[in-house]
Design a protein. Structure first.
Length: 259
C-alpha cells in the first residue's frame, strides 16, 4: 500500500517536485497551493457577505429617509388618549408653566375602543375594565435628560420600584397629578410613509438570500465576532467566587480581605 501523507506533507512534496521540474525560478511566480486557493475562496465569500451587509444597511437608511406624503382623504384608525391641563389650570396665570411640565411627562395610548376598556379575568370570569394610564415616571438618567429646571424638580419626589428584571430603580413621581386629566380623541392619519418599490424589492431579495442559505449567523460572526464565546466568557466571569471552596478557605479569604 502507498503511504498516506498529511496535507502539509503533500504541499511540501508538490513544491519540491515543481522546483525539481522547473527550477527555483518557479518560486518567483508565487503559485497558490490547493489549501491557499481554498482559503481564498472562503475569504472572497466573506467579503461578498460584508458587501451585501453594507448594501442592505444603505438601502434601509435610504428607505427610512424617504420622508412622508399627505394622505387624502385622512382616515381614522382607532382612538388615542393623552393628558391635558384641567380647565381651571388652563385658565390660570401659571398655565404655561404647567404645560411645559406636561410636555415632558405626558403619555399617549391607543385603542380600537373609544372607552379604552380591556378584558380582565376576575374571579374566573372575564370582565371589561378601563385600561389604566398614568403620567411618565422617569428613572434617574431619564429625569436628568428631560432637562427640568430647579423649580420644576421640586414638584417631584423619589420612589424606589422594582423593574421587570427585579432590580430596584429610583424613579421620580409628579406630586400634583390632579392638574392633568385624560382626553380621548380620534386617531386621524393624514400622512403616510413614502415608498420606493425598487429599493424594497432589493431589500427583500437580500433578506431571502441570507435567510434561505442561513448566512445571517456567518455575517454576525464577521461583524461582531463569536457572540457565543463572548457570552461564555461573561458567564464565567460572573461565576460565584465561593464555588468549589471549603469553609476554611472562605474564612481565610475573608481574613485576608479577598472577600
Amino acid at each position: 500500500m502507498a503511504p498516506e501523507f498529511s496535507i502539509e506533507t503533500k504541499i511540501i512534496i508538490m513544491d519540491t517536485s515543481l522546483i525539481q521540474q522547473y527550477g527555483t525560478e518557479i518560486l518567483s511566480y508565487r503559485l497558490r497551493t490547493v489549501r491557499q486557493k481554498k482559503r481564498m475562496q472562503y475569504e472572497d465569500f466573506d467579503k461578498k457577505l460584508l458587501q451585501i451587509n453594507k448594501e442592505e444597511n444603505s438601502l434601509l437608511l435610504q428607505v427610512r429617509n424617504l420622508g412622508w406624503e399627505p394622505l387624502l382623504p385622512p382616515i381614522q384608525r382607532g382612538w388615542k388618549r393623552f393628558f391635558v391641563l384641567r380647565e381651571d389650570v388652563a385658565v390660570s396665570r401659571n398655565a404655561e408653566f404647567w404645560e411645559r411640565i406636561l410636555s415632558k411627562i405626558n403619555t399617549y395610548d391607543w385603542s380600537y375602543r373609544k372607552d379604552f376598556k380591556i378584558k380582565k379575568r376576575r374571579f374566573g370570569r372575564k370582565k371589561y375594565v378601563v385600561k389604566p394610564q398614568i403620567l411618565l415616571r422617569p428613572c434617574e438618567w431619564e429625569f436628568q435628560k428631560l432637562g427640568f429646571t430647579d423649580t420644576e424638580k421640586q414638584l417631584f419626589h423619589e420612589v424606589w420600584e422594582t423593574n421587570r428584571r427585579r432590580e430596584l430603580v429610583k424613579r421620580y413621581v409628579f406630586n400634583e397629578p390632579w392638574r392633568f386629566v385624560l382626553r380621548v380623541r380620534p386617531n386621524m392619519i393624514d400622512r403616510v410613509k413614502k415608498r420606493d418599490v425598487l429599493m424594497e424589492g432589493r431589500i427583500k431579495e437580500i433578506e431571502n438570500y441570507l435567510e434561505r442559505n442561513d448566512y445571517r449567523n456567518r455575517m454576525t460572526k464577521l461583524l461582531n465576532g463569536s457572540v457565543k464565546w463572548r457570552w461564555y466568557r461573561e458567564r464565567e466571569r460572573e461565576k460565584n467566587e465561593l464555588k468549589n471552596k471549603s469553609v476554611q478557605q472562605i474564612l481565610n479569604d475573608i481574613d485576608d480581605g479577598l472577600l
